[in-house]
Ligand binder design. Structure first.
Ligand code: GLS
Length: 818
């Protein structure tokens, strides 16, 4: 890192060169670019040195293949990882600017939907911090996740052109571009007694990589996130025009344009769009071609590939990597099937991120085959051989096993099954999730190949979600522990347990929470125009909007509390602000209705003076990584209330915990392990267990009507959905939500997600929160207990486990390491 004087000069020079201005004339946005380029300058030598060290040490490299990297803003994070936050802030001050203001100028690269994409970003941070050689490989979507506007209570999607003004941290690497082919047909030629497969009449695009630096924390390591853009192949149109194939040339232009245009905004849901499969093949083919070329630069025997390369498939989205690697090894490298298969299966590992049936990718065979004719032939052969194995192993119940496990079945390509068959490792993302995979969802595979299955409980990076998001707390912990080593060694936070009975320390801790609440109050005032009371309990549910995550349970409970305040003179509650933040997939109607419901309820309750501000409801517009950091730091209570068994892990739960917010939640995903760390007495647990949910799903014995008929308070809440109480202008506004809770339709049971079933125990858990919070000392201790026990949930721990059990990487040595 340059010193203060050099940095100041670099910023001033950049402002001059970029904008022909002196610093006193520059706008905040211009200073953002000037500072970012200065920071990039300080990174670049280490970036080059890191990659030289890869080569010099002949390092084994991880390729983390993912459709999503929800990286969030880079500037602030890079400054943190350079260990330069205070120095940079100081320099900017001297120039008349505030670092936070300048950071706010950066668009928030939202190349992901939610937890799955954010996990990939946390992993890259940990890999670099732990000195492991790795590339993230993904897509440079022109439009990432849409920006959310709330208009009249409804979500409106606005395109987010994050690279419109240029992104200072990326570098275009045209020299590493590759051609990717789609469609056409396969011709077989006999060359020297060997079959050669030639794809012809195809359409193609050029894949061009853009590299972004991924900095380790103060260790001189800079890895790369490589995201691919698509360009039409130049001169092609003219050539085709001469041949009279003008239509085809236009199609190719068009394909290049649309291919990387937009991220599909679905979380935990598969839409089955042809363009999505094209995106998948596009970035996979380019990434693999590059990985093989890089390997071949320093190695002569392709059979050694598994010693030097490992590919991690982030969910099933990149699974086409399996037949694509086979294709490259067979058709380009000329290997035999057996050799190619051995290499492929030793290089590929698969992470499953969900058991939600609607998220499982299954492509119609016809579509797959016409888009990827040669790749399909290979899938067909992989399947044929696997089905033979099934037949040999299960001669007596072959048909059933084939139905449960074949890759090609019923006219579909089942991507998850291909990943399991070809991968050497299959992991879930929290202990409970992995158990459900082994014993329910994937039990036939587990029985046949148990050695592949393993658990890797998710984690989060404390560099972003503590050091950057919560500087006050970071400084306080540093003082208390006498070291800031927890920034790379999170279990050190257990040292805070010494302060659990120290009243001064507890007061300081809660005062920091209060300061962070003031920061959020200001944000909400500026962005939502709502005043909230920092002395109220900030009860927060921020995550994607999904039925299984049960934002509906939360808001129904708010309706219930409001009724109590209005109707029951003996009822009292500690003032509470219920904060929501969530994007709904653009085509997910029920989720969008839920957003409208939350806003309608906020309208009524926030404007009812008679309840003395005991309840406020806030829906924060455009929940994203940058405001998430402010929200986590300010939360008192963390809502993690998915139907047990449905949330594979959750990672927001860990971010709240890190920042000292106890969980109200079900025994689902990583909540189970959080409770294990903090102790039952330091969490508010309610609801059905995953076993109970799974049993009800099998035996169909749950009938929400019984609850509706017997519980008048719940009944009143439900009736308010359809009597215009919250929607006076349209009593039918929430009819579908009402129906979904009480009536089954063609495919779904009534109350599919057990909201009414869990309602009473949820309400009881909330009463417990209310009681606990009134006792300030008890609450402070409970809050500090969260932070003190969060050590396990660092993504550093997760990455070390992947390295130990799956990737087998060695730490890179860097001469210039600090
Ligand atoms: C998800 C799961 O729903 C989350 O529970 C999990 O924490 C995350 C990362 O493993 O992956 N799967 C998914 O499709 N979206 C997710 O966020």
């Amino acid at each position: 890192m340059m010193n203060a004087k050099e940095l100041k000069k670099a910023i001033e020079d950049n402002v001059k060169v970029l904008y022909r201005k002196t610093i006193d004339e520059a706008s905040k946005e211009q200073v953002f670019y000037a500072l970012s380029y200065a920071i990039k300058d300080t990174i670049i030598d280490e970036w080059i040195a890191t990659h030289k060290a890869y080569d010099a040490q002949d390092a084994k490299i991880l390729y983390y293949l993912s459709m999503e990297f929800l990286i969030g803003r880079a500037l602030g994070n890079n400054i943190i990882n350079l260990g330069a936050r205070k120095e940079v802030a100081q320099v900017l001050n001297e120039l008349g600017f505030d670092l936070t203001d300048i950071e706010d100028q950066e668009s928030d690269p939202a190349l992901g939907n939610g937890g799955l994409g954010r996990l990939a970003a946390c992993f890259l941070d940990s890999l670099a911090t732990l000195n492991y050689p790795a590339y993230g490989c993904g897509i440079r979507y022109r439009y990432g996740m849409f920006k959310q506007k709330i208009e009249n209570g409804y979500q409106k999607e606005v395109p987010d052109n994050w690279i419109k003004n240029g992104y200072p941290f990326e570098i275009k690497r045209s020299e590493y571009s590759y051609i990717v082919k789609f469609g056409g047909n396969v011709r077989v030629e006999n060359v020297d007694g060997k079959e050669k497969f030639i794809q012809e009449n195809y359409g193609s695009v050029r894949a061009i990589p853009y590299d972004m630096p991924v900095l380790g924390y103060e260790n001189g390591m800079v890895n790369t996130l490589r995201i691919w853009d698509a360009e039409a192949i130049t001169n092609f149109s003219l050539e085709q025009f001469d041949k009279g194939d003008y239509q085809k040339a236009l199609e190719q232009e068009n394909l290049a344009k649309t291919l990387v245009e937009v991220l599909y905004p679905n979380d935990n849901h598969y839409a089955g769009k042809e363009l999505r499969l094209k995106q998948q093949y596009f970035f996979i083919s380019a990434s693999l071609q590059r990985a093989l070329d890089k390997f071949k630069e320093n190695h002569s025997d392709i059979h050694d590939l598994p010693k030097k390369v490992v590919f991690q498939l982030n969910d099933t989205h990149p699974t086409v990597a399996i037949p694509e690697l086979m294709r490259l090894l067979l058709d380009e490298e000329g290997l035999s099937w057996d050799d190619a298969w051995k290499i492929t299966t030793e290089c590929m590992a698969y992470t499953n991120h969900t058991i939600m049936a609607e998220a499982l990718e299954k492509w119609p065979i016809d579509l797959f085959k016409s888009l990827l004719p040669r790749v399909y032939q290979i899938v067909d052969e992989i399947n044929r051989r696997f089905v033979e194995q099934i037949r040999a192993r299960y001669p007596h119940n072959f048909a059933e096993k084939e139905k449960n496990m074949a890759i090609l079945y019923n006219g579909q390509v089942r991507m998850a099954y291909m990943a399991i068959v070809a991968g050497f490792s299959v992991n879930g993302v929290a202990r409970l999730h992995t158990e459900i995979l082994e014993h329910q969802e994937l039990k036939d595979f587990y029985e046949m190949m148990p050695e592949k299955f393993n658990n890797k409980t998710n984690g989060i990076t404390q560099r972003r979600f503590l050091a950057h998001a919560n500087p006050l707390l970071t400084d306080w912990i540093t003082k208390k522990l006498g070291t800031d080593k927890f920034i790379t060694d999170l279990p050190l936070l257990s040292g805070l347990k010494n302060y659990l009975d120290d009243e001064n320390a507890l007061n300081e801790f809660m005062d920091i929470k209060y300061q962070n609440k003031l920061r959020l109050v200001k944000y909400i005032k500026e962005h939502n125009g709502i005043e909230i009371d920092p002395d109220s309990i900030f009860d927060v549910q921020v995550k994607r909007l999904h039925e299984y995550k049960r934002q509906l349970l939360n808001i129904l409970h708010v309706m219930y509390l409001y009724n109590k305040l209005k109707n029951d003179d003996n009822f009292d509650m500690y003032p509470r602000t219920f904060i929501f933040g969530a994007k709904a997939a653009a085509g997910y109607k029920r989720a969008k209705q839920t957003i409208k419901l939350i806003n309608s309820i906020a309208d009524v309750i926030n404007n009812d003076k008679s309840i003395n501000d005991k309840i406020k409801v806030v829906f924060i517009e455009d929940y994203k990584v940058s405001n998430a950091e402010i929200i986590f730091a300010a939360a008192d209570v963390s809502e993690q209330i998915s139907t047990a068994s449905k949330e594979a892990s959750g990672t927001g739960n860990m971010k709240f915990m890190l920042n000292g917010a106890p969980t109200i939640g079900t025994m689902d995903g990583a909540n189970v392990e959080i409770v294990e760390e903090v102790g039952h007495e330091n969490a508010f647990i309610f609801g059905l267990s995953s076993d109970e949910v799974i049993a009800y799903e099998k035996n169909h014995e749950y009938d929400p009507m019984v609850i509706f008929n017997s519980d008048s308070e719940i009944r009143t809440v439900l009736m308010q959905l359809v009597n215009g109480f919250y929607s006076p202008n349209n009593t039918e506004e929430f009819r579908e939500i009402y129906d979904s809770l009480l009536k089954s339709n063609g495919h779904d049971r009534a109350d599919t997600y057990f909201i009414l079933k869990d309602f009473r125990s949820y309400a009881a858990a909330h009463e417990e929160v209310d009681r606990a919070y009134r006792d300030k000392k008890r609450w402070a201790k409970m809050a500090l207990t969260q932070t003190a026990n969060v050590g396990k949930f660092s993504s550093d721990r997760t990455i070390e486990e992947y390295v130990r059990d799956i990737w087998h990487l060695s730490k890179l040595r860097l001469d210039n390491a600090k």
